[in-house]
Design a protein around this ligand. Sequence first.
Ligand code: SAM
Length: 343
Amino acid sequence: MCPEETEVGHEVIEPETHDDADSTLSSDMQSSTASLTASIIEYRTIHGRTFHSQRGPGDAEYWAPNDNQHNTSMDIQHHVWTLLLDGELYLAPLPDEAGKVLDIGTGTGIWAIDFADEHPEAVVVGVDLSPTQPEWVPPNCKFEIDDVSLDWTWHSDEFDFVHLRTMFGSFTDWQHIFNEAYRVCKPGGYVEDFEASADLISDDGTVTRENGTALGQWGKLFHEAGWKTGRSMAVFEEDTQVKCMKAAGFVDIVVKDIKCPLGQWPKDPKQKEIGSYDQLAVEEGLEGYVIYMFNNILGWSMDEVQVYLAKAHKNDDEPAKSPIHKRVLEIPGEMAELVMAPG
Ligand SMILES: C[S@@+](CC[C@H](N)C(=O)[O-])C[C@H]1O[C@@H](n2cnc3c(N)ncnc32)[C@H](O)[C@@H]1O
């Protein structure tokens, strides 16, 4: 693979043209060992939703809730992300025996659990701020509760594969994250990061950042809020992954830029399935995504937040009219093979 080989997701996903779009979702709907201290499970409650408690020595401040409603949305989103990768959990060309694997910001642990199921010979460690992972997991999977904005406690060269997914808005210092990923990953191993753009726009111009639609403004508002917290949401737009991977020392960086439809508007059945699940995930997650960022960070009143949510839901109810999509970047970066001098 060439360094920085880029596959660009500029192709237009064709919308279905007739009005009687089949709204049936596919029938394929759908999954610590850490000793918990009281402070870990002491959550903040904001307007009835629970969030990570922001205690501890690190820099952690996570913007989305950690309650059941949000976790359901993340699990549906996991299905969307895997469908986008043609059913795969990653793109790195891993060997048959994957070795030791680290999932940073594992959330509900669904990616780590699926990876452990798929690779029974591997050892998978998922880490997150919140202890929201299930207790019953494959024997080769375990979870740790930690703040990865601090120096990582794992040894240098301990892992064969380090995975991150949708961590935008989480860190003030992404370079630290990729430097640490580089340090704990063995020479010849891989670090892979999958990040989504916060922009929800459509190719036909009906939903744009400028035209006042609720979903069109989504990206603009999230970027504003992210910059205010010092944790940029614009990881996709600012090319943060590639810049930081390069600076950390990764040698072979492959960028895959993918379009992700939102809604049931695509003509192609596979794209329609992806868009349908994406719509479900967004509807489930909508309130959780905006409540902290718009109320606490942008200073909106809860009435303003509710009006915005109502408008955004209305857009979701009429997806066939607007071929809305977001874009995601999937980036496996290969570690440099260390060449030992003879003698
Ligand atoms: C959008 S969720 C993604 C979950 C998972 N990677 C997935 O794709 O299903 C981001 C996760 O990162 C975690 N997180 C944010 N900042 C963190 C930090 N400093 N240390 C550890 N986890 C963090 C959050 O608690 C949340 O569960």
